[in-house]
Design a protein around this ligand. Structure first.
Ligand SMILES: [Zn+2]
Length: 439
């Protein structure tokens, strides 16, 4: 796992542990648990919380986070959810020979729906009511999030909260959908769209060579990647209706699978040429609903710079970002310097992380890798990060790229970025002069 992947976990640990641990301690512990003990990240986090937090910091007493259903990822250990009960039933199950009463059903909010189980019989939930479910934990089964409430969970009626949910089809039957509305967890769908690209790839599935047919399909609300094991003879330019296709998400980006039960027919193309693919410009709220997407453009203000921005070191073998010249796969290496920026963009509807490579970091901050290296020599690496932060925070930016989701929500891998009304080169030259003068 590289620094990029570790950062959200480090941030979660910081939040849970509060003043009981600083970042350096957390990084050191993670290194030990992951590389010496070879634990997976979730076990490592639990171990570190037990070790550094002591007995008083359980997952339940630690500050919990409130999330929307669409933001859940199935690994939350302590999360509060405000949701409306869509369906509920009281069940009796047998645990180790002992009968136990539980309550299960479906809850929803304006971002999505999920199944839930209250592992207690003393809780009464009513269909149509909104509840505040505190100290929940989540799991993922077959790509669906399951919200659980155990002994330490709290259920409160939230009459003050009104939740407007879009009408949804909860059955497994295939419902007609616009591509722009497709999100993770919708299940079976019928989609009409134009094939934009079609390619054939050979992949290795459990030692067997298989052919996969894939590409991009679009309608007037959006575009989505499709794939099929069967050869439907799809060609770029033609318009199809895919009945009984199903949605699966890869890193939060929904994908259309034309499976065994899918029927494909050619239909008349009635799309307005200029509308094909929908508008790339989205809001963060749109993205939180869908979990991710391709070629998205966002406009907003940079409100925070995240750890791991600025001058970083990469392993010359695998290109992963590394700390202390130690690659998790290649041991002690002579690192290659690189420049990178991770910021949080807020567009008024929500916030999202964005990751910018060296070229884009140079483009919008005016600080080049050479400059950063020189500055780091003269003033330290922290100075570089601080200068980069000062050049970008509260600036209005436009970014575009693919948005993917991981355990900690969506982030954009930025392909292009621009800053509004700022002469970045001029500012960078001024900075460089000040530093030169100080040498
Ligand atoms: Zn390496």
């Amino acid at each position: 796992m590289n620094m990029e992947e570790l950062t959200p976990h480090i941030e979660e640990l910081k939040r849970v542990l509060g003043d009981k641990a600083n970042e350096a301690m957390i990084i050191e512990e993670l290194d030990t648990y992951l590389n010496k003990y070879h634990l997976d990240i979730e076990s490592a986090k639990r171990g570190i919380i037990r070790k550094l937090g002591g007995a008083t910091v359980g997952f339940v007493t630690a500050a919990s986070v409130q999330k929307k259903i669409g933001e859940l990822n199935g690994t939350e250990q302590n999360v509060d959810i405000v949701a409306k009960v869509i369906y509920v039933e009281n069940k009796e199950i047998t645990v180790k020979g002992v009968p136990k009463k539980i309550v299960s059903g479906i809850i929803g909010d304006d971002t999505g729906s999920s199944s839930f189980t209250v592992w207690r019989g003393d809780v009464q939930l009513n269909k149509g009511e909104v509840y505040r479910l505190k100290n929940c934990y989540t799991k993922k089964w077959n790509d669906r999030i399951q919200v659980n409430l155990g002994d330490k969970g709290v259920v409160e009626l939230a009459r003050d909260v009104k939740i407007d949910m879009p009408e949804r089809n909860y059955s497994m039957s295939s419902s007609e959908m616009k591509i722009g509305e497709i999100r993770e967890g919708v299940g079976n769908v019928t989609v009409t769209g134009r094939i934009l690209t079609a390619e054939t790839k050979t992949v290795n599935v459990k030692g067997e060579q298989k052919t996969v047919f894939s590409g991009i399909i679009a309608d007037d609300t959006g575009k989505i990647q499709y794939s099929a094991w069967n050869d439907f003879q799809l060609k770029a330019g033609e318009t199809i209706c895919a009945k009984n296709a199903y949605i699966r998400a890869w890193k939060g980006i929904p994908q259309l699978n034309l499976g065994e039960r899918c029927e494909v027919s050619r239909v008349d193309d009635t799309f307005d040429e200029s509308a094909i693919g929908g508008s790339n410009e989205k809001t963060v709220r749109d993205i939180l609903k869908n979990g991710g997407g391709l070629d998205i453009t966002l406009r907003g203000d940079v409100v925070d710079i995240r750890m791991g921005s600025g001058l970083i070191k990469r392993c010359p073998e695998c290109n992963r970002s590394i700390i202390n010249d130690q690659c998790m796969s290649h041991g002690t290496v002579t690192p290659i310097p690189d420049l990178r920026m991770k910021f949080v963009l807020d567009d008024g509807t929500g916030s999202i992380s964005a990751i910018l490579n060296r070229e884009l970091t140079e483009k919008i901050t005016g600080v080049t890798l050479n400059m950063a290296t020189e500055l780091a020599k003269a003033r330290g690496a922290e100075f570089v990060a601080k200068e980069i932060a000062e050049r970008i925070i509260v600036k209005h930016v436009t970014i575009s790229g693919n948005v993917m989701s991981d355990d900690y929500g969506p982030s954009m891998i930025v392909k292009d970025a621009s800053l509004e009304n700022v002469d970045v080169e001029k500012e960078a030259r001024a900075l460089y002069k000040t530093v030169e003068a100080a040498l």
